[in-house]
Design a protein around this ligand. Structure first.
Ligand SMILES: Nc1nc2c(ncn2[C@@H]2O[C@H](COP(=O)(O)OP(=O)(O)OP(=O)(O)O)[C@@H](O)[C@H]2O)c(=O)[nH]1
Ligand SMILES: [Mg+2]
Length: 349
């Protein structure tokens, strides 16, 4: 089970203090109390959004505060209310009270709103305390403090991008380069025995985007019939929005033709069926990346590039060792994960 977790501290705004004042005007003796009320403090609100798919933005930013209410003023002027802050979480997030461990809310649909820290009430000014027998009240209230709480957020991660390719193509090396995931990497096939997830971020706050990449075990010819590690694990990427197909264009692969490699893996993906007999990997949007270009065989690189472009698929060339092409690839994935990016899916046969 892959779980993303974040701990946050939230503090709603304090209420403004009520004011103690008396009307003072020429020819109006004993003008009476005129202290205005304090404004209410801003709430901290949490809302579920479809624009986010990880909790990573809270790791950079674990504290959130509502604005305080303004103090009341003389001449019966009330202070204005503080602004509330809204925190967005992905659909599927569970919100727990960090102290009691109690589940506060499960965000299961978009646009669910919960006030997670209530702003303090503003205090009343002395104008409210006047009675017929108490005409010059000096009482006025202080604003109430805003609620302060610690929460824990939990989200079951679902992969957005699945990494596929032959064993040794460099899948684990790539995920370790673009995320905090640290899978085992080695120059023998089938190093990776089960999927590893990594969270990838691009850009910076406030425009930080993040998505989840799944590093998969390698595939070989006949995998759907049980060769190698088989294709069972592919069910973990059935629901991803994108496949990133890595093809080794160095001579380390020991195979002569990267185009052949590419076709073999595509055939395995296309023949994968899930428990309901659906071929969900056959027509998924795919981006292709030639790997190990620091030691590429130029012929192989050219041949693969030509073939992939002819298929009208997006093509990248990367080296996880030198970092070449990695940044561009991250942005390309982010771009294709945006809702409009699905439009130009190529075919992968
Ligand atoms: N020169 C070079 N070697 C690389 C690069 N990326 C990965 N390698 C090497 O290729 C070998 C295989 O890398 P892995 O990342 O384990 O490959 P994998 O696709 O995860 O392999 P499996 O888990 O077995 O399917 C390792 O020896 C890496 O050091 C690269 O960009 N350049
Ligand atoms: Mg691996």
């Amino acid at each position: 089970m892959f779980i993303d977790e974040a701990k946050i501290r939230v503090k709603a705004g304090d209420g403004g203090n009520g004011c103690m004042a008396f009307r003072r005007e020429k020819f109006v003796p004993r003008g009476g109390p005129s202290g205005g009320d304090g404004g209410h403090g801003g709430d901290v609100v949490m809302v579920s959004s479809q624009r986010h798919n990880t909790l990573i933005h809270f790791r950079y930013n674990p504290e959130h505060k509502g604005q305080r209410g303004e103090h009341g003023m003389g001449s019966n002027c009330s202070g204005s209310d503080g602004n509330s802050v809204t925190l967005q979480v992905p659909v599927g997030t569970s919100l727990y009270d960090q102290e009691t461990g109690e589940l506060v809310h499960d965000f299961s649909a978009p646009d669910e709103q919960v006030v997670i820290a209530k702003g303090g009430r503003g205090g009343r000014g002395n104008q409210h305390f006047a009675t017929s027998v108490h005409q010059a009240p000096r009482e006025h209230e202080l604003g109430r403090p805003g609620e302060e709480r610690l929460y824990r957020l939990e989200l079951k991660l679902l992969a957005d991008v699945g990494l596929v390719g032959y064993p040794n193509a460099g899948k684990s090396t790539l995920i370790s380069r673009i995320s905090a995931a640290r899978p085992k990497i080695a120059d023998y096939p089938f190093t990776t025995l089960e999927p590893n997830l990594g969270v990838v971020t691009v850009g910076e706050e406030p425009n930080l985007e993040s998505f989840v990449v799944a590093d998969m075990p390698g595939l070989i010819e006949g995998a759907h019939l049980g060769s190698g590690l088989g294709t069972q694990f592919l069910r973990h990427i059935e629901r991803t929005r994108l496949l990133l197909h890595l093809v080794d264009v160095s001579d380390a692969s020991g195979r002569p033709d990267p185009v052949e490699d590419f076709k073999v893996i595509n055939k395995e993906l296309a023949s994968f069926t899930n428990a309901n007999g659906e071929h969900l990997l056959a027509n998924k949007t795919m981006i292709v990346a030639a790997t190990k270009i620091d030691s590429a065989n130029p012929e192989k690189l050219k041949k693969l590039a030509t073939h992939v472009k002819r298929r009208k698929l997006e093509f990248h060339a990367i080296s996880a060792v030198t970092g070449q092409g990695i940044e561009e690839l991250k942005w390309a994935l982010a771009r294709r994960l945006q809702p409009a990016g699905d439009a130009d899916a190529g075919d992968m046969k």
